[in-house]
Design a protein around this ligand. Structure first.
Ligand code: SF4
Length: 374
């Protein structure tokens, strides 16, 4: 029998209620596991006696294992390869940064050391974006709430996580109920992340965006737009055919009106495809009446999996200047992180030839796992 993850929030809550146990004990169980990675059920103190046989018979403290953790050479990024109970692998990435670096308004920036965790929501992805390593794998399965939360548990043992972004493998809004449940758990004890520190990134699943603000107010929404016109979107993101740009923009308008929050726009810079001056003007006109922050993302090559090239620095800077100067839109250029450890989502899993802790290569294993998609 496959055991459930104790972090499968609704399953354990309903089992506790059925057994007449108080669900308020659940965060205490989670806290103990966070602090004691290899503990057995009997080692968790002060639970009602009926909780122990229930936990033993149906649950595991973790259904996934940290298969390997690979640091980038600059130690800023750590990529976690996590093995699930069904033998599949997903990636999670810890990114460390110091918000005090640089100046703001001529003064030292406030803040300090922070870690952001990028989590996966699916094994593979249906959306098939053709610049994306996960996209090259095809869809395997949705992650359960517990499997999503366990990524945070594994990462929390490496670094103090202050922000979570759903920008790993998979389209989070295609696994809506598990993602929503995982985020609710992340904002409750013992994790207690602020919803403002959690970002869900989507290619633009229109019906799910319409629901999101009601289910999770105060969350950050990032939209992977990647092109200012529908035909280029469809060329690089085949799934965009189902989500016409005009309808998507109407949905984002409604989302912004009800949430009153800015929306983050992700825009991957692909040489000769979407990085010309005309594209910057089209993007500026499309977004000038929204409250948005645009992140320009230099493309992270995925080797033979993609024929795209990275836009050169001059093109990226010119693109940014047009958006800022002509359209007054806050536009940042994302720093490339962890390229030496296959920094883009899905690359580590798709990469068939890397060494793991404990020796050997998992080339054949990985090839069997995931090869058909970011
Ligand atoms: S970019 Fe995101 S939505 Fe597109 S294939 Fe990759 S994981 Fe899926």
């Amino acid at each position: 029998m496959a055991y459930k993850s104790v972090f499968d929030a609704s399953a354990i809550k309903s089992d506790f209620e059925l057994a007449g146990l108080n669900p308020n004990f659940i965060p205490l169980i989670w806290k103990h596991i966070l602090q004691n990675p290899n503990c057995g059920w009997d080692e968790i103190p002060s639970l009602p006696s009926a909780a122990y046989p229930l936990l033993r018979s149906k649950y595991k403290p973790s259904t996934s294992t940290l298969h390997s953790a690979i640091d980038s050479s600059d130690q800023v990024t750590t990529k976690l390869l996590i093995k699930l109970q069904n033998g599949e692998f997903v990636e999670a990435v810890v990114m460390r940064y110091d918000t005090r670096l640089g100046k703001y308004d001529g003064k030292p920036r406030p803040g300090g050391l922070r870690s952001t965790l990028c989590v996966s929501s699916q094994v593979g992805c249906k959306m098939g974006c053709n610049f994306c390593a996960t996209g090259s794998m095809g869809f395997k399965n949705n992650l359960s709430t517990g499997e999503i939360l366990e990524q945070l548990v594994h990462a929390s043992r490496i670094s103090t996580i202050r922000n979570v972004v759903f920008m790993g493998m998979g389209e989070p809004l295609n696994n809506y109920s598990s993602v929503v449940e995982a985020i609710r758990a992340m904002t409750a004890p013992p994790f207690q992340l602020s919803p403002k520190k959690i970002t869900v990134s989507t290619v633009g699943i229109i019906h799910a965006i319409s629901k999101l603000h009601k289910d999770l107010p105060n969350l950050n929404l990032a939209v992977s737009l990647h092109a200012p016109v529908q035909d280029i979107r469809c060329q690089i993101m085949p799934a965009a055919r189902a989500f016409p740009l005009e309808r998507l923009m109407n949905t984002l308008r409604e989302y912004q009106t009800s949430s009153q929050q800015k929306i983050f726009i992700e825009y991957i810079m692909l040489d000769g495809i979407n990085d010309e001056e005309q594209h910057a003007h089209q993007l500026g006109k499309l977004l000038e009446t929204f409250q948005v922050v645009i992140n320009l993302i230099p493309f992270n090559p995925i080797g033979s999996l993609s024929s795209y090239n990275t836009s050169n620095d001059q093109k990226v800077i010119k693109f940014q200047r047009i958006l800022r100067g002509t359209y007054n839109i806050r536009t940042t250029v994302r720093k490339q992180m962890g390229q030496d450890i296959s920094g883009a989502c899905g690359q580590l899993v798709v990469n068939k030839n890397f060494t793991i802790k404990g020796g050997g290569k998992i080339m054949a294993e990985i090839r069997g796992l995931i090869l058909p998609k970011d």
